[in-house]
Ligand binder design. Structure first.
Ligand code: GLC
Length: 491
């Protein structure tokens, strides 16, 4: 009898983050509570009702900590205080309390790879060669001819990853902007300082961290050149990066084994991605699958990424899938040629695979990439088109970025049972109510050319016709699928 119950409810033993759908909130563009044109934390609080209605379980907030915003929050000047324009720590605590009341968890972005050049740590580090914090960042002498110590490049602009500090005559490393100096992860004091940052937020009640640049935190200790044909910008020490992640895993697990580490693991080969999970329960809980994100909407290509991921991940490990985020072109435009029917098919895949799906704000609306006029761009790396404000009801006064995207408002879509939003909400409800979709194993099913079909667990099958032609497939019975149509069936 017991066994039967356990079989029927395999999901009951799952940690919350395996059952959850995460929703990325890009705070500046989500909701503005005070009319200054910049989204803020009270704006998020006021919209928790919407997120609950939609049916997501947890929020990932893009960086909310104090920042001069050279890289919109990803240049942190204080790891333990909240940007005033977002409402400060007080607003954050209010948001946490209200989220908890509504049974929504809050994951925050943590940027351990680099700080802002305005962070007191860097100010002290650059003050002199003998500064007690000199070694918190990566300093080297330039070569005799004044050129940088190695061939590493900055991910932004592609120039050297080194900038000369005139006053002390040395160069410091920055994988991103010169205003984002890389911390020296070989320094135990840096590791301890970041432990303290994590504890600060865990003690406040966050459910975990999305770890920025999780694939490249520890660099080669000898700063050797990267191979000339290597696609990466700097030379990373992956083993030591994993060691740091094991340290963090111990730290968060010491709380209540209920906090999650979700890594921005920007690697394009799946064996390396799988390695971020360690043995399956000693490194990251979740690692973003960028090969999936960047796959074309093609049955063969998607099936391959998913099958290989399933094959490579350690037994205990759990995949994480996403179609969009604040750095990449929104999926309806990138993957679906702006076609709403294709976008529905992509969304159905995202929400029915084994793993934790992460929706980016606006995905649920079918929001395409916006065309931001050159004179209104704010991002140095041209990512504004993915970051325009959520069109609640119009509803923004002079927003920091134009309302660009050509999509019906949240209010209009909420009232329309045929809207993209309604479709997304139905999928989320279906997922929640079906243990197979929450926990069941993935298994590819035979399908005609252009169709991707899989079973989840023992009783659920999904078939997606990712082609321009109608198709037929046998699941519980015969299904006729129109072009780009999908079906979830009980089998
Ligand atoms: C990550 C962030 C991106 C940021 C970069 C540097 O890739 O997602 O927005 O620019 O790190 O911090």
């Amino acid at each position: 009898m017991r066994d039967t119950v356990a079989l029927r409810m395999p999901s009951s033993r799952q940690p919350w983050w395996q059952r959850a759908v995460l929703y990325q909130v890009y705070v500046r563009s989500f909701a503005d509570s005070d009319g200054d044109g910049v989204g803020d934390l009270r704006g998020v609080l006021e919209r928790l009702e919407y997120l609950q209605w939609l049916g997501v379980d947890a929020l990932w907030l893009s960086p909310i900590t104090v920042s001069p915003d050279k890289d919109w929050g990803y240049d942190v000047a204080d790891y333990t205080d909240v940007q005033p324009v977002f409402g400060g720590l007080e607003a954050f605590d209010e948001l946490l309390a209200e989220a908890e009341r509504r049974d929504l968890r809050v994951v925050i972005d943590l940027v351990p790879n680099h700080s802002s050049d305005q962070h007191p740590w860097f100010q002290e580090s650059r003050a002199s060669r003998d500064s007690a914090r000199r070694d918190w960042y990566v300093w080297r002498d330039p070569r005799a001819d004044g050129s940088p110590p190695n061939n590493w490049r900055s991910a932004f602009g592609g120039g050297p990853a080194w900038t000369l500090d005139e006053a002390t005559g040395q160069m410091y490393l920055h994988s991103f902007l010169p205003e984002q100096p890389d911390l020296n992860w070989w320094n135990e004091d840096v590791r301890e300082a970041m432990d303290d940052v994590m504890r600060f937020w865990l003690d406040r009640g966050v459910a975990g961290f999305r770890l920025d640049v999780a694939h490249a935190i520890v660099k080669d200790s000898e700063l050797r050149d990267r191979p000339p044909d290597d696609e990466t910008y700097v030379r990373v020490d992956l083993n030591e990066t994993f060691a740091v992640q094991r340290r963090w895993r111990k730290l968060v697990d010491a709380y209540d084994r209920d906090r999650v580490l979700l890594g921005e693991t920007w690697v394009m080969d799946l064996p390396t991605l799988a390695a971020f999970y360690g043995s399956g329960d000693d490194q990251l809980h979740l690692a973003f699958n960028f090969p999936f994100t960047f796959s074309p909407l093609d049955a063969h290509a998607l099936r391959q990424v998913v099958e290989e991921t399933e094959r490579l991940l350690p037994a205990e490990a759990w995949p994480a899938w996403t179609l969009s985020n604040h750095d990449v072109v929104r999926f309806p435009t990138r993957m679906c040629d702006g076609d709403a029917q294709k976008a529905r098919a992509a969304l159905m895949a995202l929400l029915t695979l084994r793993g934790t799906p992460v929706l980016y704000q606006g995905d649920e609306l079918g929001m395409p990439q916006a065309d931001v006029p050159a004179e209104q761009t704010r991002d140095m790396a041209d990512r504004d088109g993915a970051r325009t404000p959520i069109p609640w009801n119009g509803g923004w006064q002079s927003p920091w970025l134009p309302l660009g995207a050509d999509v019906a408002s949240v209010a209009a879509q909420r009232d329309d049972p045929a809207s993209f939003l309604a479709f997304c909400r139905e999928l989320l409800a279906r997922r929640r109510s079906q243990p197979d979709l929450l926990a069941g194993a993935y298994e590819t099913l035979p399908a005609p050319e252009g169709v991707w079909a899989y079973r989840r667990g023992t009783g659920t099958a999904v078939a997606l016709n990712l082609s321009d032609d109608a198709a037929q497939i046998d699941l519980d019975g015969r299904h006729e699928l129109a072009a780009w149509e999908g079906v979830i069936a009980d089998v």
